[in-house]
Design a protein around this ligand. Structure first.
Ligand code: ATP
Ligand code: MN
Length: 462
């Protein structure tokens, strides 16, 4: 017989009364000598399907291997359930045991801590919590492609290995095939990279933006969606060493167009999750974050507040609030500052613009005041910065001048400057951290819990 997924069995009435075939992992078994009940989960949904074994037809010996974690294959009749808690159940006709799970199976009981499960990241997808998170993650990835594709954006694949070390978004992981314990040296004692794989130093990318600009200034509107690597030694709940980023880049967009797109985009994603992952979101809300759904709805139904960095700093200075890091014009805002503006002051998502040029990247469009650039950061409750973006400097001379001021090594970056040298256009873009959006959508608080296999300093297991 053809296998049915539990999600589709529970969603339709048309199969009631018919013979079905289900396969999955046992969550629990209970019962008495007349009847045994097995809660089966196949990962297609948060919901288990109840299998009823009539012990006139099955022996204790046959059911003995059905312990938590075992995998089984059952055929039987789908019927409306007599018991509470489920709409349908299966009256088992046949049973096949695929694989047993003895008492060493680590996920015996419910209610393990998230910390414990992080050490069992190879098996945690089998828990309700991580099943829910992985399904939401997949749906959100689909929503992202859907949003951009329906708007006519093109999906651009930017390289993961790069030789430009001026991106400035964060510390990089070096990529080399040189023997580390016997490095070739030049005459002056430096490492001789001409003998390395690419003939020069290379690293894993911290952002696809610069190549994204090449795409946008040719085919108009592009987005990237791929892994990004940062060798920052920051052990926070919001940083990973390997994370996924979405980076749209658009020709002919100014900063306002950019903000409009960012707001529309995150609202679309949140709406998609609410509409398509309801059971999982309700499960996560019930177990981890009672306010989750109201917070998601709240973001959907409110305009994001837009103000300048300078105005934001004034609000923080006047707040009288004691921050761990003191506030003054020119500082790089910390998460506590961002969250104060969002959670205490405005009680809405905030887009801050026009940051001091010293704390932002060289490619951002310079304002007339000579002090600020046309940057925009989108700040969210609980998370702080979820999006960072800007209008880009389109003027070759101004861009070159900034590069000189910052002593950025541009010799390998001639190709980037060609976008400004030939047919330069106003353009903008932003980067959204996929896992930060997932934190917001799932109500999880640690970024290690929204990616299947987290990489953080000193942690590269599984
Ligand atoms: P932060 O100040 O929080 O470290 P950033 O300013 O370094 O962020 P950008 O370089 O602007 O961030 O990257 C764009 C987006 O990528 C951020 O808005 C955030 O959502 C996400 N992001 C950045 N660094 C990380 C990281 N280490 N792990 C997960 N997501 C990240
Ligand atoms: Mn960072």
């Amino acid at each position: 017989m053809k296998r049915s997924k539990i999600a589709s069995l529970l969603a339709s009435d048309s199969l009631v009364g018919s013979e079905v075939d289900v396969r999955g992992w046992v969550r629990t078994r209970r019962g008495n000598k007349y009847v045994q009940f097995v809660a089966l989960n196949d990962g297609s949904s948060i919901n288990n399907l109840q299998i009823v074994f009539d012990m006139n037809r099955f022996s204790d010996e046959q059911l003995k291997p059905i312990t938590t974690g075992a995998s089984i294959h059952v055929t039987g009749k789908l019927v409306e359930s007599q018991g509470k808690g489920q709409k349908y159940e299966i009256q088992a006709d046949t049973l096949e045991i695929y694989g047993t799970a003895d008492e060493t199976y680590p996920l015996q009981k419910k209610g393990h801590t998230l910390e414990f499960l992080r050490e069992k990241a190879h098996l945690r997808p089998r828990t309700n919590t991580f099943g829910a998170i992985l399904r939401v993650r997949s749906a959100l990835a689909y929503a992202i492609h859907k949003f951009f594709q329906e708007k006519g954006f093109f999906y651009l694949h930017t390289p993961l290995i790069t030789a430009s070390d001026c991106e400035g978004a964060g510390a990089m992981f070096q990529v080399t095939t040189l023997p580390l314990n016997d490095l070739p040296r030049t005459e002056d004692g430096a490492v001789d990279y001409s003998q390395d794989f690419f003939g020069k130093p290379a690293a894993l990318t911290v952002s696809g933006q610069l190549e994204g600009e090449l795409g946008a200034t040719a085919i108009g509107e592009i987005y990237t969606f791929g892994p990004t690597f940062r060798a920052e030694n920051s052990n926070t709940q919001r940083h990973l060493s390997e994370f996924w980023m979405i980076e749209p880049e658009m020709a002919f967009y100014d900063i306002t167009d950019n903000m409009d797109l960012a707001e529309e985009f995150v609202k679309y994603c949140i709406r998609y999750v609410l509409d398509n992952c309801r059971d999982d979101i309700e499960f996560l809300a019930e177990h981890y974050d009672k306010d989750l759904i109201s917070r998601l709805e709240f973001v959907l139904h409110n305009d994001f507040v837009r103000l300048t960095y300078t105005e934001g700093v004034e609000i923080l200075e006047k707040s009288g609030h004691k921050f761990e890091f003191p506030v003054s014009w020119g500082i790089d805002l910390q998460s506590e500052h961002e969250r104060y503006l969002v959670e205490q002051h405005f009680k809405k998502p905030v887009i801050l613009t026009d940051y001091p040029k010293e704390i932002k990247a060289f490619y951002m469009k310079q304002n007339e005041d000579g002090r600020t650039v046309r940057a925009m950061d989108v700040l969210f409750p609980q998370i702080g910065e979820i999006i960072g973006g800007s209008e880009r400097e389109a003027d070759l001379d101004k861009l070159q001048q900034r590069i000189d001021e910052l002593h950025i090594p541009m010799k390998d970056m001639w190709w980037y400057l060609d976008t400004r040298r030939y047919g330069s256009v106003p353009h903008s873009g932003f980067g959204l951290g996929f896992e930060r959006l997932l934190l917001f959508c799932t109500g999880m608080t640690n970024i290690r819990d929204v990616i299947p296999f987290p990489r953080t300093p000193k942690n590269c297991e599984f």
